[in-house]
Design a protein around this ligand. Structure first.
Ligand code: PEP
Ligand code: MN
Length: 337
């Protein structure tokens, strides 16, 4: 339930309502705008009788929210959230490009990639040091050694860095080295991990689960925000369907749907959606045209030798070509790149 106060409602009225909510064993989340203050009621609203609230004359309206996510809900927080990752802002007027290898393989591979993607205008370096692989025999990541290369790459290029975390130990290490934590598709409903990522207060890139509905995805975001961390960026990366021509099916409609339902920024990862490098450029353009706040693109110095996700990784020439094609489209969408 959301209580919308009348414009310029007095602080004492807001406090009185907050107390009433809390006396009934619920949580009140106050969002104070320039004109209007909105109070979100978190918990079982059956404990609160609407008529008890309606008697306050500075209450404008009481809106029932049927979705179980409140903190991630746009009804509750109409202003778009802007997430700061180092010196980069996601959700503002810039189409933020994150690029880098699927996995950090060695120092040279990562540093070369960082310099190249920066040259072509990327804003954030990605790289996996903990790889959740389908097979236990596939390369699992360099862990802390990989994180140290990420940190070094940031020192050299100035690009903020994002790395996936798959466990509490990974979070504890990653917070010392990176600027943003990524929760991958396979862990989208690892509620323990979501809460721990929430406790760090660091920006979190939350990928959509392989078979997750948008509602489940926003509830996952809710876990992070409810743990005290509002710095969540959503990432659509394709969902599993009957189609086999691509690795996953990019759900481009997730972009406008999220825009309508949530204030959180949303970016698109066409690499994991397509699974095939030839489709990455077109899907990137589609994502920008749909209004995404950015992209995540896998790139590798030699995709044919990549230890993971080579078939979907772009060479630097292909990355340059994609960035050039995106530029006029980003401008057409009224954004910067
Ligand atoms: C990745 O970003 O390399 C990755 C494993 O992505 P996803 O969780 O979307 O599969
Ligand atoms: Mn990958």
């Amino acid at each position: 339930m959301i209580i919308v106060m009348k414009p310029k409602a007095r602080q004492e009225s807001i406090e009185r309502i907050k107390n009433l909510i809390e006396e009934n064993g619920l949580q009140a989340h106050i969002s104070a705008g320039h004109e209007v203050t909105i109070i979100g009621v978190i918990g079982d609203k059956a404990r609160l009788k609407e008529h008890n609230l309606a008697i306050y004359d500075e209450v404008d309206k009481i809106v029932d929210v049927t979705e179980s996510y409140k903190l991630a809900n746009k009804k509750f927080h109409p202003e778009p959230t802007i997430v700061k990752v180092g010196n980069v802002t996601i959700g503002g007027g810039t189409a933020v490009i994150m690029a880098g290898p699927c996995a950090v393989e060695n120092r040279d591979q990562l540093l070369t990639t960082a310099l190249e993607i920066k040259k072509y205008g990327a804003h954030i370096l990605r790289g996996g040091a903990y790889k959740p692989r389908t097979s236990p025999y596939s390369f699992q990541g360099l862990e802390e050694e990989g994180l140290s290369y990420m940190k070094e790459a940031r020192e050299i290029t100035g690009l903020p860095v994002v790395c996936e975390v798959t466990s509490l130990e990974a979070i504890e290490s990653a917070v010392k080295y990176v600027d943003m934590l990524q929760i991958g598709a396979r862990n989208m409903q690892n509620f323990y991990l979501l809460k721990e990522a929430g406790k760090t207060g660091m920006p979190v890139l939350l990928k959509r689960g392989l078979s997750a509905t948008i509602d489940e995805w926003l509830n996952a975001a809710e876990y992070i925000i409810a743990a005290g961390n509002p710095n969540v960026v959503l990432c659509e990366r394709g969902i599993r369907t009957f189609e086999t021509a691509t690795r996953n099916t990019l759900d481009i409609s997730a972009v406008p749907v999220i825009r309508e339902k949530s204030h959180l920024p949303i970016i698109v990862d066409p690499s994991h959606a397509a699974g095939v490098r030839a489709y990455v450029k077109s899907l990137s353009m589609a994502a920008i045209a749909a209004g995404a706040d950015g992209l995540m693109i896998e790139t590798h110095p030699d995709p044919s030798k990549a230890l993971s996700d080579g078939p979907q990784s772009l060479s630097f020439d292909q990355f340059e070509d994609m960035m050039a094609a995106l530029k006029p489209l980003v401008e057409l969408m009224g954004k910067k790149m």
